[in-house]
Design a protein around this ligand. Structure first.
Ligand code: SAM
Length: 225
């Protein structure tokens, strides 16, 4: 069967060199971002442990390598990093401490929907803060199928889900807005994404909420069926 076309997303174009530096700085320097970065790291460590402390991980999209320190905490883990924006990868390699950057075995520019690597390339794909940009179910399906091909065992994936205070507030605000306006980020109902996981060959090992019943971020640990 022919492969589906690689989705071309409007938001993908904004991560140029200037934006990459801005993205790096905002998570390192602003107080609330630092706090949320700390909680994201706590969840990432837990998720990796639940996934079985994978020996090889592909961070996709890696952005500026926000999680390379957490990924590198396991000695001997092989870490690969990929992003649509070479500027984001370059900023990570340039600004992260050398002992962390050195742990990146390979980095490559690629669409997450079509990764230029062999089947079962790594044990685990680590995909943080990407899926909340995917409004179309067919794009999420393309992504999940590609992850199913490339990961031999597990996928760690975060997105915005409903069933919490923040999504309720956002939903009310969205209703007041022009329905045809381009949406850069969106909440995906938990029952919808969980159905899509199952339909694409994954079972949910765990789900970890940023702040249960309050925040929208949820990280799922998926295992291949
Ligand atoms: C919000 S950042 C998240 C990066 C990182 N995971 C983190 O949490 O810091 C989103 C990233 O997605 C990348 N991106 C956008 N479109 C993409 C695509 N089609 N394939 C792979 N990466 C993409 C951007 O370049 C950017 O680095």
């Amino acid at each position: 069967m022919a492969n589906p076309p690689v989705p071309d997303l409007e938001f993908s174009q904004k991560y140029d060199e200037a934006h990459a530096k801005y993205y790096f700085d905002k998570h390192e320097n602003e107080f609330w971002r630092k706090l949320s970065n700390w909680r994201d790291h706590q969840i990432a460590r837990k998720a990796l442990e639940i996934a079985g402390n994978p020996k090889s991980v592909l961070d996709a999209p890696c952005g500026t390598g926000r999680f390379w320190d957490a990924l590198a905490e396991q000695p001997g883990r092989v870490i690969h990093a990929s992003d649509y924006s070479q500027s984001m990868i370059d900023a990570g390699l340039k600004y992260r401490p050398a002992e962390i950057s050195r742990r990146i075995q390979s980095s490559f520019q690629a669409s997450a929907f079509s990764l230029p690597v062999a089947d079962d390339f790594v044990e685990c794909i680590f995909c943080i803060r990407f899926v909340h940009h995917l409004a179309k179910s067919e794009d999420r399906t393309t992504l999940l199928k590609e992850f199913h091909r490339v990961a031999s065992d597990s996928v760690i994936i975060s997105l915005w889900v409903d069933g919490n205070y923040k999504s309720w507030v956002r939903n009310r605000r969205e209703k007041a807005r022009d329905a045809h306006q381009y949406q850069n980020r969106l909440v995906i109902p938990a029952r919808v994404i969980e159905r899509e996981f199952a339909d694409n060959g994954f079972r949910i090992e765990a789900s970890l909420d940023f702040i249960k019943y309050y925040h929208m971020w949820r990280t799922y640990v998926l295992k291949k069926i």
